[in-house]
Design a protein around this ligand. Sequence first.
Ligand code: 13P
Length: 256
Amino acid sequence: MKKSCRRAIIAGNWKMNKTPKEAEELIRGILPLVKDADCEVICCVPYVDLPVALQLTNGSNVKVGSENCHWEKSGAYTGEISADMLASMEVPYVIIGHSERRTYFGETDVTVNKRIRAALDAGLSVIVCVGESLEQREQGITSELVSMQTKIALNGVSEEEMKRMIIAYEPLWAIGTGKTATSEQANEVCSVIRNTLKSLYGEKVSEGTTIQYGGSMKAKNAAELLAQPDVDGGLIGGASLKPDDFAAIVDAASKG
Ligand code: 13P
C-alpha cells in the first residue's frame, strides 16, 4: 500500500491552553480556514472545552479529541475522566501517553497501555505518543526505545482495533523547543515504528496505519516533514493555537 492510501491526519494538541470562551474563538477561527481540507483535521482540547468544541464543529470536517482518559470505568480517582465519559459525550478521539503526561504525571508504558485498552473498549480512536529524550537519542537507543514503547502500548490491541489507532512520534527534545527533527530523522523513526507494527500485525496493518510526527511542526517545515514516505500527518502543539498557522499545516498535508 502506498502512502497516498493512508489517512493523512493533522491533529492539534491544545495542552493546558484556552478557556471555553477562548476555545470558542479559536474554533471559530479555524473552521473556515480548513473547511476544504483534503486530510483529516482533529482538535484535541482540554476537558472543559469539549462541550463548546463539539457544538461548534458539529456538521463540519473538524473532529474533536480529548488529551487523556483514565483506564477505569468509574470510581475513586479524583480528578480523572473515564473513556466512557468521553464516549457519552460522543468525543471520537483521545490522545494517550503524551510525553508531558509521562514526564510530569508518572505515566508509564504500562499505564499508557491500560488507558488505550479502556479508550478502545469505549469505542474511541486513539492517538498514542511515543518518543525519546535527547539523552536517549545521544545514547543511540532511539529505535529500540520507540519500538518498545510501541509494543507495550499496543499489548492486547487487535488487528481490527488497529483501524482506530494512530501513532504519533514525538521526540521530547523537539517539543515546544523550536528545535524540529530533520525530515530524515522524523522519517527514520516513523519507519522504525512502521516496522514494529509489521512485526506485530503484518504488512497490511503496518502499511495502513497513520503515523504522525510531532515536535515544533509549523507552517514553515510542515511540507518537508509531511513529504517523507513514512510521515503521514502531524500532532501540533503551539501552532495549533493560531488559526492561520494551523490551517497552513493542514494545507501542507492536503497537498502532500
Ligand atoms: P509543539 O508543536 O508545541 O512543539 O508541541 C508538540 C506536541 O507536543 C504535540 O503533542
